[in-house]
Design a protein around this ligand. Structure first.
Ligand SMILES: [Mn+2]
Length: 412
């Protein structure tokens, strides 16, 4: 029996609206180390986006190295597989390779062939069980960049599937085939850092560019059916896709206000006598994510009351203060709204990460068509349109006068 722990999208070094996340990462790693020890995990798979940046800070790199060391100390038999995501530098993630090998850590940043065949010494990682026998293998495939996808430049045939999906499928097919020839019928687990969708793909000239941005979706059928499990990264919501054994583990905690509803955690995968069981282990959030007010919206003058109603401990250290998405309703222009919200929030132990504003439907005429040439537009008309777009109402005489003064100054 082999137990794998699947996690992804750590985004070490991430900042949310300028707030540092290192404290949350440290708390998440406490939970990860405990799970690895308690659940007697044999293999840890991190499916990309280890770092938030191609050029991570020294603090972010130190946190990774210290965490790998803690994991090894807590579970000496552990094998760890790291693959690069689209946020990672494919080259840098592999730099400590020689030292990693001594610690049971395998890092793969890009796909490389040897003598035109898949290089299994790089991409195939054996996982040993408690008795020291190899019980499964991990096929470590990172985020695929254009250079990793041979044949992408070929013109697609009419009616053929998307050239990108076909190229991704070829990478998986050739590596799975080579791995099978090497390991027989041992359970084989593949990693991937990409957007897997169920839908058929349209053909368009922009697909290759989109793939490089990481947003191109490929169908789950790119993964050969003989894979026991596919450990995915990239989408931050934990979810199976296509079949129950192809899964996103999700990010460890919300990376944006849009992710506050996800049940973040890690996936524990048990491979035993031909069966595969995947269990999502939810990990409590190190820091709360709140919407203020919890339902509906509040006018700016009701915001202080809404913060007070949270009844938060005013002694909370900054790093423990909840992240807050403020839901504002406006009935007129509020050009200094952000400064106003920050000023009110400063009296409460909260950290503002997003200000969502709703305005009543503007009762002003919208231009029938967008002018084609800027030179054909009067500056005041452009100002009126911009003001309407920003504030949902017509500018007042004082606004127009201020704009006229600014225009005059700019011209002199
Ligand atoms: Mn990603």
């Amino acid at each position: 029996m082999i137990r794998l722990l699947h996690t992804a999208d750590w985004h070490l070094g991430h900042q949310l609206a300028g707030w540092d996340r290192a404290h949350e990462h440290a708390r998440f790693f406490d939970a990860l180390v405990a799970i690895v020890a308690e659940r007697e995990v044999d293999g840890l798979v991190v499916a990309g986006d280890i770092f938030d940046h191609q050029n991570p800070s020294a603090d972010a790199e130190r946190l990774l190295i210290e965490t790998l060391d803690r994991l090894k100390a807590a579970r000496p038999s552990l094998t760890t597989v790291l693959v690069a995501g689209n946020h990672d530098s494919a080259g840098r993630i592999e730099v400590p390779r020689a030292l990693y090998a001594r610690a049971g850590v395998h890092a793969v940043g890009s796909v490389r062939a040897r003598d035109a065949a898949p290089d299994l010494s790089r991409h195939l990682v054996p996982i040993t069980d408690a008795a020291g026998d190899v019980g499964a293998c991990v096929l470590a495939i990172p985020y695929l960049r254009a250079a990793d996808l041979p044949g992408l430049g070929a013109a697609p045939e009419a009616g053929a599937p998307s050239p990108i999906a076909a190229a991704v499928a070829r990478v998986y097919a050739t590596h799975v085939e080579a791995a099978r020839a090497a390991i027989g019928d041992l359970p084989l687990v593949a990693t991937g850092h990409l957007h897997v969708g169920g839908a058929a793909l349209s053909e368009s000239a922009s697909e290759r560019r989109i793939l490089v941005g990481g947003e191109h979706a490929v169908p789950a059928s790119v993964f050969p059916g003989t894979l026991a499990y596919v450990a995915l990264g990239h989408l931050h919501k934990p979810q199976p896709v296509g079949r129950d054994t192809i899964r996103y583990a999700g990010a460890p905690f919300p990376m944006s206000a849009a992710e506050q509803g996800y049940r973040h955690g890690v996936s524990l995968v048990t491979l035993d006598a031909g069966t595969v069981d995947a269990e999502h282990l939810e990990i409590p959030r190190p820091v709360e994510f709140l919407r203020v007010p919890a339902t509906g919206r509040v006018a700016p003058d009701g915001l202080a009351e809404a913060f007070a109603a949270l009844a938060l401990d005013s002694d909370l250290a900054e790093r423990d203060r909840p992240f807050v998405q403020v839901m504002i309703a406006l009935d007129g222009p509020a050009p200094t709204l952000h400064a106003m919200v920050d000023e009110i929030a400063a009296d409460y132990p909260v950290r503002i990460v997003a200000i969502d504003v709703a305005r009543p439907q503007a009762e002003v005429a919208t231009p029938a068509a967008v002018p084609v040439r800027l030179a054909d537009c009067a500056p005041e008309d452009l100002f009126r349109a911009a003001f309407r777009a920003a504030h949902g109402t017509e500018p007042e005489a004082a606004h127009l006068a201020a704009f006229a003064r600014a225009l005059e100054e700019a011209a002199t």
